[in-house]
Write a protein that binds this ligand. Sequence first.
Ligand code: 5GP
Length: 115
Amino acid sequence: MPTDTLFAKIARREVPAQIVYQDEVVTAFHDINPVAPTHILIIPNKVIPTMNDATDDDAALLGRLMLTAQKIAKQVGIAEGGYRLVVNCNPDGGQSVYHLHVHLLGGRKMTWPPG
Ligand code: 5GP
């Protein structure tokens, strides 16, 4: 497992980002290249490269990522209208940063299926 990533540097505030929430377990910040009016990334502070690398020991952490996204969605006012949570995994899933993250996307009508 890598011990350091771009997103770990953001969580440690070594790389600038618009952080909207942080605690001892997770960090949430605005995506640098938003694809929706709201596009926030929620990451575990510890490095888990992909969804494939999560283990049963990470069950609570994975729940925390989802619940943090839910709380932020309420805070930014997109919960009632709706939103999409996305986890891309590996090249076919469209993953580009190998530090597990949940995309919180909202503020516009989403289409299905995704590209
Ligand atoms: P992925 O493609 O891995 O699911 O998503 C990675 C996301 O990270 C992309 O939406 C991309 O725009 C975002 N991203 C890449 N580099 C940076 C950065 O330096 N800062 C921020 N805030 N977002 C980034």
